[in-house]
Write a new protein. Structure first.
Length: 439
RNA sequence: GUGGCUGUAGCUCAGUCGGUAGAGUCCCGGAUUGUGAUUCCGGUUGUCGCGGGUUCGAGCCCCGUCAGCCACCCCA
C-alpha cells in the first residue's frame, strides 16, 4: 500500500530482486553477444542540452513537441532527460573526436524518459539497449547489425518478425513525398482528422495509420522503394541479398517509415503482436546525415535500439525469463549460545565462496520454515547439542539428500557434496512445501 | 494529451438498501528439542488510494484528485 504523499512518479517503476534477476540475466546475455561482434560500451549522461534533441530528432516529432522531460538548470540552461540514446551518442563521438579515422562500434544500456501516458509495454522511464556504428556506409554493416538484432532476440528466446524498408536519400524521400501528396490530395476528405494534419508536416506517417479508411487509401499509394535514388536502390538490393545469404527472413513493409527525422536508407523493425498496442520490440536504421547535422564531419552511421521492458515482457509470456540464483545453505541457530557458532560457520563458508543465509535464534520448526523460505539448496540447524559435539545434519531441501558429520567437518563436507546449482533454475511456481507434498 | 475500466489486510477478494470493516491465504507462536505430513489452539493484520461534499450516519452516493490497467496517439 502506498504511503500517503510518497509514491513513485507516474510511469516509473521500482524493480525488486525477483524481477531484477531477470534483468541481470538479460543484461549479461546481451553484453556477451555484443562482445561477439566487438561492440564497446559507452556510458553517457542521462541529461543533455535540450537543443541537442531538438536538432537531432526533429522539431516536429511528437517526442520533441510533447514528450520530453525538459526543465531549466540553475543557471537557466534548458536541459532534457534523454528520450532516446542516438543523439547523445553522436554528440559524444563528435565531442571526443572518436570517429576520426576510426569506425567505432558502440553500445549503451540505460534508462530513457518520455512523458507519455503509460500502458502495457510503455513507461515514462524505460530502458533501452542501443547500438551505433559510425563510418561504415556499406550495406554489409546494415546486414551485420540486423544479424546482431536477430541474435539478440533469439538468445532472449523471443519470437518476433523482421520488417524492413528503405527511405532512400533525403532528396529521393522529398521527391517521393511530393508524389505521395499528389496521390493523396484528391482523397484528402476521406482521410481521418489526424492524417489530414499529417499531410502538413509528415505525410509519410499516413501510410501506417490504423484507421481502416486511411489504410484503404494507403494500400494503393505509390511505394517509397519504387522512387529511391539509384545508389539507395543498389544499397537496399545489396542488403536484401545479404539477409537472404544469412538466412534471416524478412518482410518488405512499404509503410515502415520510422518516427524520427534523422533516418535515411535502411530502416527496420522487429515486431510482435504479443504486447498489445506496443508491437515494436527492436527498431533502427541508417542515419547518414546526423553526424554532420550535429556539427561533425560527414560520417555515415547506423544503429538500433531494443526496449528492455518489452524484451522482458516477451520473455515472461514465452516462459523464458530467468529466476534469481538460490543460496546454497541455510544455517539456523536455536538459541543465543549457538548463534555465535552458526555465524562463525557461515562466514567460514562464505570465505570459500559458498552462499549462506543465517537464521535464528528460533524454535526448531520455525527454523525449518525460515530455511524453506530462504530457497537454499541445503539446510542445517545448530543447537546446544552440536556445541557439545553431537553430529550436524545437513539436509537437501528439495530432495532426499542427507549428510551427517561434526561441525568442523561441515565445511569440507559441503565441498565434497560438489554443490552445483543451476544459475537459471526453471521457474515452476512451486515452493518446497508443495514440491514435497506432490512427492 | 483524449477516452473506458479499476483502487478495501502483505496477497486474492467479499462487503446487500447508506447503519459497529469481513473471509480465505500468508505470517508468528504453541500443542511437539531434533528434521518439515495432517490436524487443532492462539495471535498481528487496515489512513477502505487521497481530499472535499451530501447525510444524524459514507467502504457504499456526488465532485475533485492521484495511481494502476486497457485503448487512442506515439514509440523501444
Amino acid at each position: 500500500m502506498a504511503v500517503k504523499g510518497l509514491q513513485a512518479v507516474r510511469g516509473m517503476n521500482d524493480i525488486f530482486p525477483a524481477e531484477a534477476a531477470a534483468w541481470q540475466a538479460l543484461e549479461t546475455d546481451l553484453r556477451g553477444l555484443l562482445q561477439l561482434y566487438d561492440y564497446g560500451e559507452v556510458r553517457l549522461p542521462l541529461l543533455e542540452s535540450t537543443e541537442l534533441f531538438a536538432r537531432a530528432i526533429g522539431d516536429v516529432t511528437d517526442i520533441v513537441q510533447k514528450e520530453m522531460y525538459t526543465f531549466a538548470d540553475r543557471n537557466g540552461d534548458s536541459l532534457t532527460l534523454r528520450p532516446e540514446g542516438t543523439a547523445g551518442c553522436v554528440r559524444a563521438a563528435i565531442q571526443n573526436q572518436t570517429m576520426r579515422g576510426q569506425t567505432p562500434r558502440y553500445y549503451y544500456m540505460g534508462p530513457m524518459f518520455r512523458h507519455e501516458r503509460p500502458q502495457k509495454g510503455r513507461y515514462r522511464q524505460f530502458h533501452q539497449l542501443g547500438v551505433e556504428v559510425f563510418g561504415q556506409a556499406g550495406a554489409g554493416t546494415d546486414a551485420e547489425i540486423i544479424a546482431l538484432s536477430a541474435r539478440i532476440l533469439k538468445q532472449a528466446g523471443v519470437q518476433a518478425s523482421l520488417q524492413i524498408n528503405s527511405l532512400g536519400s533525403p532528396e529521393a524521400r522529398a521527391a517521393y513525398r511530393e508524389r505521395l501528396l499528389e496521390y493523396l490530395r484528391p482523397q484528402q476528405e476521406a482521410l481521418c482528422a489526424d492524417c489530414q494534419t499529417r499531410m502538413e508536416h509528415n505525410p509519410l506517417r499516413i501510410l501506417d495509420c490504423k484507421v481502416p479508411g486511411c489504410q484503404q487509401i494507403a494500400s494503393s499509394a505509390p511505394h517509397l522503394v519504387d522512387h529511391l535514388d539509384s545508389e539507395s536502390a543498389l544499397h537496399f538490393a545489396s542488403l536484401q541479398k545479404l539477409l537472404t545469404a544469412l538466412d534471416i527472413p524478412y518482410q518488405l513493409n512499404h509503410s515502415l517509415v520510422r518516427g524520427l527525422d534523422y533516418y535515411n536508407r535502411t530502416v527496420f523493425e522487429w515486431v510482435t503482436d504479443a504486447l498489445g498496442a506496443q508491437g515494436t520490440v527492436l527498431a533502427g536504421g541508417r542515419y547518414d546525415g546526423l553526424v554532420a547535422q550535429l556539427g561533425g564531419q560527414d560520417t555515415p552511421a547506423i544503429g538500433f535500439a531494443v526496449g528492455l521492458e518489452r524484451l522482458l515482457a516477451l520473455q515472461e509470456i514465452q516462459g523464458n525469463q530467468a529466476c534469481a540464483d538460490k543460496p546454497v545453505l541455510f544455517i539456523g541457530a536455536m538459541e543465543d549460545d549457538s548463534l555465535a557458532r552458526s555465524w562463525q560457520l557461515a562466514e567460514a563458508l562464505r570465505d570459500l565462496g559458498i552462499s549462506v543465509v543465517s537464521g535464528g535464534p528460533a524454535g526448531f520448526k520455525a527454523l525449518l520454515k525460515q530455511a524453506e523460505r530462504s530457497r537454499a539448496l541445503f539446510q542445517l540447524v545448530i543447537g546446544l547439542g552440536q556445541l557439545q559435539g553431537e553430529p550436524v545434519i545437513i539436509k537437501e531441501q528439495c530432495g532426499e539428500g542427507r549428510w551427517e558429520g561434526s561441525l568442523e567437518a561441515v565445511i569440507t563436507g559441503l565441498q565434497s557434496l560438489g554443490v552445483d546449482f543451476p544459475k537459471h533454475a526453471p521457474h515452476t511456481g512451486q515452493n518446497f512445501a508443495t514440491a514435497r507434498r506432490s512427492k
